[in-house]
Design a protein around this ligand. Structure first.
Ligand code: IMP
Length: 417
């Protein structure tokens, strides 16, 4: 592998998750020595299509499909052992070997059955739900921050893990597992699944960075779901922004060379919370169907909205973006719109939908799926990309026109310029 100008790149979602990060990471992973996931857990669902075959990964980094890429699940993550077991099983079935190249931080936290139950109970019992994925994410991070969580390294000493689980968790949730014996069984199974992969991942990553190997940090969720910078309280419980790559993996900020943000050509959101550009009706339905906008974890229909440029500008600022990848331009062709809306601070000419800052742009109906260069795109699609660059102030460095790896237009080499 030749030495590049940039060897550490962070990939982060600029909207509410589901921007198509998995596919972009998968492509960049080809030239990566290592791919690191640094936040979230099985609330994420990265759908990859390779040669027409679909794989959904929830915990394991998208780089795993490349047979030589080292994959790391770092300490910012929360891990459900049974989801991990299912993913490992799926990889076994697909003939993808991962032993010796999949490493999990011993400081990542363990999702327990009572975390999942608490997540579900809370969502069911409030009149104001967050619309979580009900995978136990929030309660697991709560226990982490309250300094009563179980770290994966604790599984090496089951007695210690058992004591933490036994003492710290309120009787109601303990009741779920019934007894210390049942907790013991759960932790024993978790140990057998997880311990073979445990490592001091912070050192592994820093060693790779020092050796100038290409390391890709794969964000989960999106900036507007970030615990500190998102639409609180309708957010997830971890750091989904670029800074989270440092916190969640133990690599210092001075070691990160580049940050690339991913945005869809329109917006979607799953779960509750504000969504300025949301709309319903026939066009939303068309976009949802054309873009298969259903949650990859929960299968919930995603809410649909126009591209929100001020929100994108905010996300670009919070993440310190160097470049933007714009995905799902093809979905807008399939939705067959002569013109459509974007939210914009500039040239506002709208007033429709009670939103004075919506402006109309020219649409396109051409099939983009075979486009190999920007020049192959219709003029209106190119204008749309130019408008995004101009208003966000960040260059577009990659464009996606279909689910397959091959349906991607690179704008220069991200590792070298
Ligand atoms: P939680 O992460 O399960 O606690 O859910 C909190 C909020 O984040 C909910 O609105 C979820 O729908 C949303 N969310 C969590 N993970 C993802 C994701 O990977 N894609 C999109 N939305 C997500």
């Amino acid at each position: 592998m030749q030495e590049n100008k940039y060897n550490t790149i962070v990939i982060v979602g600029q909207q509410f998750g589901d921007e198509g990060k998995g596919k972009i990471v998968d492509i960049l992973a080809e030239e990566s020595y290592m791919v690191v996931r640094f936040a979230g857990g099985p609330n994420a669902g990265h759908t990859l299509v390779v040669n027409g075959k679909k794989t959904v990964l929830r915990l394991i980094p998208s780089g795993i499909l490349h047979k030589n890429t080292v994959c790391v699940m770092a300490q910012g993550m929360v891990i459900d052992p049974f989801v991990l077991r299912d993913e490992l099983h799926a990889l076994d079935e697909a003939g993808i070997s991962y032993r010796g190249r999949l490493f999990i931080s011993d400081a990542a936290h363990l999702i327990m059955p009572y975390h999942i139950q608490e997540d579900k109970d809370r969502e069911a019992s409030t009149s104001n739900p967050i619309g979580t994925t009900k995978k136990g994410i929030g309660p697991t991070y709560e226990d982490k921050v309250a300094r009563r969580g179980i770290r994966l390294g604790d599984l090496r000493n089951l007695e210690k893990a058992l004591n933490v689980a036994d003492q710290t968790n309120i009787n109601h949730y303990k009741a779920l597992l019934g007894s210390r014996e049942a907790l013991n069984v759960y932790l024993t199974v978790a140990r057998d699944i997880i311990v073979p992969f445990l490592a001091d991942t912070s050192t592994l990553i820093n060693d790779a960075v020092r050796a100038k190997k290409n390391v890709l940090f794969e964000g989960a969720q999106g900036t507007l779901l970030d615990i500190d910078h998102g639409t609180y309280p309708y957010v997830t419980s971890s750091s989904a922004v670029a800074g989270g790559a440092c916190i969640g993996s133990g690599v210092g900020p001075t070691r990160i060379n580049k940050v690339i943000g991913i945005t869809k050509a329109y917006s979607t959101r799953v779960g509750e919370g504000p969504f300025e550009t949301e709309f319903a009706g026939d066009i939303a339905h068309r976009i949802r169907e054309a873009g298969n906008e259903y949650g990859s974890v929960t299968k919930r229909p995603r809410r649909v909205g126009w591209l929100d440029l001020p929100a994108l500008k905010y996300a670009a600022q919070v993440n310190g973006l160097d470049g933007l990848a714009v995905t799902k331009l093809d979905t807008l062709s399939h939705a067959k719109m002569k013109r459509f809306w974007v939210r914009s601070e500039f040239d506002a000419c709208g007033g429709k939908l009670n939103q004075p800052d919506l402006k109309l742009v020219d649409g396109w109906e051409e099939d983009l799926s075979q486009a190999k260069t920007l020049k192959d795109l219709p003029e209106n699609t190119r204008r749309y990309l130019q408008m995004i660059e101009d208003e966000v102030g960040v260059p577009v460095v990659m464009v996606s026109v279909g689910a397959d790896r091959a349906q991607t237009i690179p704008v220069g080499n991200i590792w070298s310029n």
